[in-house]
Design a protein around this ligand. Structure first.
Ligand code: HEM
Length: 492
């Protein structure tokens, strides 16, 4: 029983469904009846939140069914909760539709506590050692980029004036990086097994957040319905389980402790070490590894892929900025060698451009839901234990008290008067606090190398005569650009 006295103000909820009756249900109906998801309706979620903050203030409440949700808006409030009160606001809620897929294991949706801490620390360190040390990621990323470059020119010729959809190429290169880190193997983007696994994971989560299956959050028994998306969800879950279990078994059978190949090997070794030490609260199990692999794939592919796609779209729309980025790359890197991580810091305008696109597009606009682990007083309100907390990162990046002309694309805002890169505290596309994105460094490396390599080699233009894609994006798992194509020409 939640004590709802003195909770933050908010719009009046509908009976049974709460405030989500208004836009969640029509959202899947729209998909079902074939309306374009790039219609204004999809981004209305962010508009609705912005509107509500204007009416009720930067801390306000809404309901999903009977679940109280507090939305935090603006940098001061988000920072106050997640950085200044981490012990209270770092937990994750039990969202029935998500729990079905994750069982609250892994990292992303694991409850805040010692198990999450151990698992996160282990994965973080291992990714860092594999990615930045022993098995440097740079050649791995560059290998993927070399494939993109060859394919791009071929596709560009094939598609002609209609332009190329970059999504499959970028998504494949990004997934390959995660794949190399976790599973030590790379797949061709047309590899059937690999594509099937990725599609299944994305489909599973899409069903959970953007289909009638969202109603499982209010009526959990719907999960067992023998038809429609409910049945599909159970099938997807079974297929992912078979796929990942097969990969883990293969790793166990071929494990060579002297020569670990990837995160999965390191994890199995840690598991054996802890079993040998008869550690009582040992959470390192094959079962847990299964959920960690799923987490890293989901958290690490869609986010980075969409960030790269957003940058390239902005470059095609703002050709003057594209020219400036290319001039900077030409001056510092030249055209003979591929850009490397050592060039970071020497390409401030390029970095500022990537950051400005990330500021405006915020691929995880509402972060990942947090939960209050105890009843607390926050900025004059009572937040009951179990309240879901939504940090509205979108609002932080559009806060007009922090950003001049917040809606305008202007990379120079991240540069000082000498053209040096400015780090801004209120730039938080990866979140903030104890649950801050675990893949931030990896994502930044991938973004930098991908954007610089592609802009060094190609000019990106929107196809002539086609309307520009809307910039509101498509709100699914992450905020993706609406489908677009570009005409690509090699820079001489
Ligand atoms: C969490 C953004 C790439 C792994 C998050 C969160 C955000 C975010 C906003 C939620 C923070 C919170 O709960 O307060 C992004 C963006 C990316 C990106 C914008 C790309 C541009 C990656 C990559 C990986 C990754 C490449 C994988 C290695 C994770 C994990 C979490 C997370 C494991 C959960 C952390 C936890 O609950 O402790 N990310 N992410 N992310 N991200 Fe990322």
């Amino acid at each position: 029983q939640q004590n709802l006295k003195n909770i933050p103000p908010g719009p009046k909820p509908w009976p049974i469904v709460g405030n989500f009756g208004g836009f969640l249900i029509p959202s899947f109906m729209r998909g079902r009846y074939g309306h374009q998801s790039e219609s204004t309706a999809d981004m209305n979620a962010m508009d609705v939140f912005a509107q509500q903050a204007k009416v009720y203030g930067n801390v306000y409440s809404i309901f999903a069914g009977s679940q109280l949700i507090v939305v935090l808006n603006g940098y001061e409030v988000v920072k106050d909760a997640l950085s200044n009160h981490p012990e209270v606001f770092s937990d994750r809620p039990d969202i029935p539709a998500v729990t079905i897929m994750t069982k609250r294991k892994g990292i992303v949706f694991a409850p805040y506590g010692p198990v999450w801490r151990k698992q996160r620390k282990f994965c973080h360190t291992t990714l860092r050692n594999f990615g930045l040390g022993k098995l440097s990621l740079e050649p791995c990323i560059q290998q993927g980029l070399a494939t993109i470059k060859t394919e791009l020119l071929r596709l560009n010729e094939e598609c002609g004036a209609a332009g190329v959809d970059l999504t499959p190429l970028i998504s494949n290169a990004v997934s390959n990086v995660i794949c190399s880190l976790i599973l030590g193997q790379r797949f061709h983007h047309e590899d059937r097994e690999f594509r099937t696994m990725l599609d299944l994971m994305v489909r599973g989560l899409e069903i959970c957040v953007n289909s009638p299956a969202v109603l499982i959050n209010i009526f959990p028994l719907l999960y067992y319905l023998p038809f429609g998306v409910f049945k599909e969800l159970r099938q997807v879950e079974r297929d992912i389980t078979i796929f990942l279990k097969r990969i883990i078994t293969k790793h166990r059978e071929t494990l060579d402790p002297e020569n670990p190949r990837d995160l999965a090997d390191m994890y199995l070794m840690e598991m054996l070490a802890q079993q040998a030490a008869v550690d009582e609260d040992n959470s390192f199990t094959e079962d847990y590894l299964f959920y960690i692999i799923g987490d890293l794939f989901i958290a690490g592919t869609d986010t980075t892929t969409n960030s790269v796609l957003w940058v390239l779209l902005y470059m095609a729309l703002h050709t003057d900025v594209q020219d400036k980025v290319q001039a900077e790359i030409d001056k510092i890197v030249g055209r003979q060698r591929v850009p490397s991580l050592t060039d970071r810091g020497r390409l401030p305008f390029t970095e500022a451009t990537i950051m400005e696109v990330q500021r405006l597009t915020v691929v995880v606009p509402l972060g990942i839901p947090h939960m209050a682990s105890e009843t607390t007083e926050f900025r004059g309100y009572t937040i009951p234990k179990g309240t879901v907390i939504l940090p509205n990162l979108w609002s932080v990046h559009r806060d007009s008290t922090l950003w001049e002309d917040a809606d305008t694309f202007n990379p120079a805002r991240f540069l000082d008067h000498e053209g040096k890169l400015l780090r801004k505290e209120c730039f938080i596309p990866f979140g903030i606090g104890r649950r801050v994105c675990m893949g931030e460094q990896l994502a930044k490396m991938e973004l930098f190398l991908t954007v610089t390599s592609l802009l060094q080699a190609f000019i990106f233009r929107l196809p002539e005569g086609k309307p520009s894609p809307p910039l509101r994006g498509r709100f699914g798992l992450t905020l993706a650009p609406c489908p677009y194509t570009v005409c690509v020409s090699a820079r001489s």
